[in-house]
Design a protein around this ligand. Structure first.
Ligand SMILES: O=C(O)c1cccc(C(=O)CC[C@H]2O[C@@H](n3cnc4c(=O)[nH]cnc43)[C@H](O)[C@@H]2O)c1
Length: 252
């Protein structure tokens, strides 16, 4: 059976950077609603017919759009009898140290602004008695992926608001001293994947340093071309980490 992987990006240029890595042109796949998937396929070495199929979605910017798009694609795949075995949140991101063009693979996917502000500081949603604020990618797969793409393995923060001041960056570093990158979608993708019991990875290529806002300094083309390189190196590996991808509660 082919390995099926859902890759969720925010915007079309990120989606196209992923599909450019493939050995063949992307094919459109319709989803319910307005979103459209692009399918690319790698033939794997080994038994004839073994393939890894990547469906790549530009779900929109921010965790809400990411969760909605991911859930739609996961549901459509289950209803079609072809569930995904792995979900990957992918795109560009801000680096807490890694230089522009460097890849960061999430060891933890952290909702860094989900909670409550108090006079004593930020309280994560878990300390309010609700839900979760961290999703854990499979440790071995995350480590192997980081190795394959010469990337940094570390926590990736999800925020609804891009950090734009030195003070904001310092506060995040105080709360998450080992954070490697920030972006706006990973936690939303991970929440949807968790609802289906499908493992999740996050990979970002750095476009800018986290800190005082200087949009003109973002190295977007360099980060997008690094994202293509990440998928060129990693796509065949992704197929080896897929599970059966059935929804929670549907296992016998
Ligand atoms: O202007 C362009 O050509 C362009 C092409 C591709 C992507 C973009 C984006 O602006 C993507 C927004 C996306 O990037 C993530 N991101 C990047 N840097 C940061 C950051 O410092 N903090 C948080 N998020 C960042 C984020 O996931 C956005 O969805 C533009």
């Amino acid at each position: 059976m082919n390995a099926r992987v859902l890759v969720v990006t925010a915007v079309p240029p990120e989606r196209d950077a992923v599909t450019r890595a493939a050995p063949c042109p992307p094919q459109p796949v319709e989803l319910p609603g307005t979103a459209e998937l692009r399918r690319v396929v790698w033939t794997l070495p080994g038994p004839p017919g073994a393939e890894v199929e990547l469906d790549v979605l530009a779900a929109g910017v921010g965790p809400a759009a990411a969760a909605a798009g991911t859930a739609t694609a996961l549901t459509a795949a289950v209803l079609a009898g072809a569930p995904y075995g792995l979900v990957v949140s992918a795109g560009i991101g801000g680096g807490f140290g890694p230089a522009p063009g460097r890849a960061v693979v999430a060891s933890r996917i952290v909702a860094a602004d989900l909670g409550a502000e108090t006079a004593e500081g930020f309280l994560p949603v878990t300390e309010l008695g609700f839900g979760t604020s961290v999703h854990l990618p499979p440790a071995g797969a995350a480590r192997e992926l980081a190795g394959a793409v010469d990337g940094v393995l570390g926590p990736v923060l999800t925020l609804s608001t891009v950090t734009g001041t030195a003070r904001g960056a310092a506060e995040l570093v105080r709360r998450y001293p080992d954070a490697a990158a920030e972006a706006m979608e990973g936690f939303g993708v991970a929440e949807a994947a968790a609802g289906y019991g499908v493992p999740v990875l996050e990979v970002r290529t750095v476009s800018n340093a986290v800190g005082p806002r200087d949009r003109a300094a973002w190295r977007v083309p360099e980060a997008l071309s690094a994202l293509t390189g990440v998928f060129r190196a990693a796509a065949p590996l992704l197929g080896t980490w897929t599970t059966s991808g059935m929804p929670r509660g549907s296992h016998g």
